[in-house]
Design a protein around this ligand. Structure first.
Ligand SMILES: C[S@@+](CC[C@H](N)C(=O)[O-])C[C@H]1O[C@@H](n2cnc3c(N)ncnc32)[C@H](O)[C@@H]1O
Length: 313
């Protein structure tokens, strides 16, 4: 059995994801799997942001996280996030997740991982191969399984895992290889685009096309600025209007600063890719803003909240 590493509850949370990369995921789900009714995160860590953003993108969603660390599970539950304690290599812990439409697996916090040194795909424990043998091979999961690999993950890793899965399950293909970049830190500070992780979207429901995509290094940064602005606005709308000038300045500043960093990378995308990515992120950003606004002002209908958010400048 591999040795697991769990986060130190005394230290700041260690996560690969941030709100920006989760928003990228939510946009992909809406594009590729719009009928999704349930999502689970295995090795979830603090998954409050997933809980909020997925539900904003997909109303009526059932969500659940699973983590081996009781303190992580307790913190999620205390924040109102559905989460259970268990090991991703324990068949009994996995069985309840067989009915979920989409499963995100990992990245676990491997022994020896300190967040600063890159681990190879096969060095991560528990690894994707052990997990897919169990979840796809032995337990027969049907749906979409997104294996989240470290940023060192390369095509050879994807091919080896694919062949291993196909030897057990000929109905499962690799729909997407997604390089997820972030241009904001977990604390929301702008940075140059950084590759955070590589997602391998295996599915029995999607075609086996091996599409390669990059997110987080182009238009979505601009959109992210707008999303942040809209969320800020949603939070501020129930306050008095004398803060309006200050709010407008903060929104303009956020968008302008983020936009300038992306010009070179944006050139590498085709116009169609830029347009598709941008539209998808705008729709998601509007929904997140409306969702947050309605949490503060439940008397608003979804349409009214969207109208207010869309009028944000
Ligand atoms: C990097 S953290 C959070 C990962 C989160 N999905 C993200 O991307 O932000 C990894 C989590 O995996 C959990 N973990 C490690 N081994 C595990 C296992 N065998 N089963 C379930 N959770 C595990 C750790 O407790 C930790 O909270």
């Amino acid at each position: 059995m591999p040795t697991y590493n769990t986060p130190d509850p005394q230290r700041a949370g260690f996560a690969r994801t941030n709100r920006q990369t989760i928003a990228q995921r939510a946009a992909l789900i809406r594009e590729l799997l719009s009928q999704t009714r349930s999502i689970a995160e295995l090795c979830c860590g603090d998954c409050a942001a997933q809980w909020e953003l997925y539900r904003a993108a997909l109303p009526d969603l059932t969500f659940c996280g699973l983590d081996v660390a009781p303190a992580i599970v307790a913190a999620n539950q205390a924040a109102g996030v559905p989460c259970v304690c268990g090991d991703t290599l324990d068949p009994a812990a996995l069985r309840p997740f067989l009915v979920y439409d989409i499963i995100f697996f990992g990245p676990p916090l491997s022994a020896g991982c300190d967040g600063h040194h890159a681990l190879a795909f096969d060095a991560v424990q528990p690894g994707c191969a052990m997990f897919t043998d169990l979840f796809l091979g032995q337990l027969g999961y049907a749906g979409t399984l997104v294996c989240i690999g470290p940023k060192t993950t390369h095509m050879g890793d994807a091919r080896r895992l694919y062949e291993r899965i196909r030897a057990q399950r000929a109905d499962i293909g690799l729909r997407l290889i997604h390089y997820s970049h972030a241009t904001v830190t977990g604390a929301g500070i702008p940075t140059e685009p950084r590759l955070k992780y590589v997602e391998l979207w295996f599915s029995s429901r999607l075609p086996d096309v091996w599409e390669v995509r990059r997110s987080g290094c182009s238009t979505d940064v601009v959109i992210w600025g707008r999303m942040t602005a809209m969320s800020t606005m949603a939070e501020s709308l129930d306050q008095t209007t004398d803060r309006q000038a200050d709010l407008s300045a903060r929104i303009a500043g956020a968008i302008a600063e983020l936009d300038l960093r992306q010009i070179e990378i944006t050139r590498r995308l085709t116009p169609a890719q830029r347009c598709q990515e941008g539209l998808s992120m705008i729709r998601l950003a509007e929904q997140v803003g409306a969702y947050r606004l309605r949490k503060r002002r439940p008397e608003l209908s979804e349409a009214e909240a969207l109208r207010i958010i869309r009028s944000a400048r």
